[in-house]
Design a protein around this ligand. Structure first.
Ligand SMILES: [Zn+2]
Length: 292
């Protein structure tokens, strides 16, 4: 009897192992841009020229996974398509591409999804070009560091500029016993989304008080690290170049992030995708193509 039970358990264990492997095989990563921004490279990169301005992508990513689809970052708020005044002075300064086809629901449709098909929304941070559309996913679960959501609503001195209060207001319940209007996982650390190691959110305080990165394990492509703005350009990691200090909440956090990315790449098949590197972004596969 005991032996049979042991056998049954080990069969179940093998089954779940096989199941885990099959899930990793099935995950697909899609690369998108929420329009583009125009700015001097020196605004982002230490000692880089600010003239002539460059145009940078505003990357966001979708991972299709058998247990549910995951969105990493949400781009610029689509409201600027019809209401450019929503960004105030930032609209003039950053000249975002705001044509109708950059809207996040229009882009998700390219891979057969609607906002309601997204189970989890992970935000690298809540600046206007990453958390812009968090309000468009009322039926998804938001995964965010507690420090970040607090800073988006009530920024520490000197950190408030890139947050748009209107972006995060839909997350707040108008009244009642609970402060949040949507399902939310508020973290103070890392989080393995499906418990199978396919997608792991990494708390990494650098760019903002609650920045997070995410690893995505894919069968053929290996591990892809989605960096958010802890890395702007590939050369930051390759040459250990710090960002402009103006947008660096915790400067040593960047160096440890660069070092960790280099370590992961040296010890396993791995790559990193940033949000704003124009050349690197151009070279990535775009929908309907994907990484698997
Ligand atoms: Zn950004």
């Amino acid at each position: 009897m005991k032996r049979n039970l042991g056998l049954a358990l080990s069969t179940a264990a093998i089954g779940s192992l096989l199941g885990t492997a099959a899930m990793a095989e099935d995950a697909r990563l899609y690369v998108f841009s929420s329009g583009a921004l125009t700015l001097g490279k020196g605004i982002l990169q230490n000692l880089a020229p600010t003239d002539p301005p460059i145009q940078i992508p505003v990357g966001f990513y979708v991972i299709k996974h058998p247990k549910g689809n995951v969105l990493f970052d949400t781009g610029n708020n689509d409201r600027i398509i019809s209401d450019p005044g929503y960004w105030g002075n930032a609209f003039q300064a950053l000249k975002p591409v705001n044509t109708p086809e950059v809207a996040i629901d229009t882009q998700l449709r390219k891979i057969g999804l609607t906002p309601d098909d997204i189970k989890y929304v992970v935000v690298s941070h809540l600046h206007l070009d990453h958390g812009g559309n968090v309000g468009k996913f009322p039926n998804s679960t938001l995964i965010v560091q507690k420090d970040e959501i607090q800073n988006a609503f009530w920024p520490q001195p000197g950190t408030g500029g890139p947050y748009m209060i209107g972006d995060v207001m839909p997350l707040r319940a108008p009244n009642g016993n609970y402060p949040n209007a949507v399902k939310m996982v508020q973290l103070d650390g890392d989080y393995d989304i499906f418990g199978d190691g396919t997608m792991v959110v990494k708390r990494w305080v650098a760019h903002t008080p609650g920045s997070q990165m995410m690893t995505v394990k894919l069968k053929n492509s290996g591990t892809i690290i989605l960096t958010g703005d802890n890395v702007y350009f590939r050369e930051n990691v390759e040459k250990n170049i710090p960002p402009n200090i103006v947008l660096a909440y915790k400067p040593d956090g960047y160096y440890s992030a660069y070092e960790w990315i280099r370590h992961v790449m040296a010890t396993q098949k791995a790559e990193y995708f940033t949000a704003h590197d124009p050349d690197a972004f151009k070279a990535l596969k775009k929908p309907p193509e994907y990484y698997d």
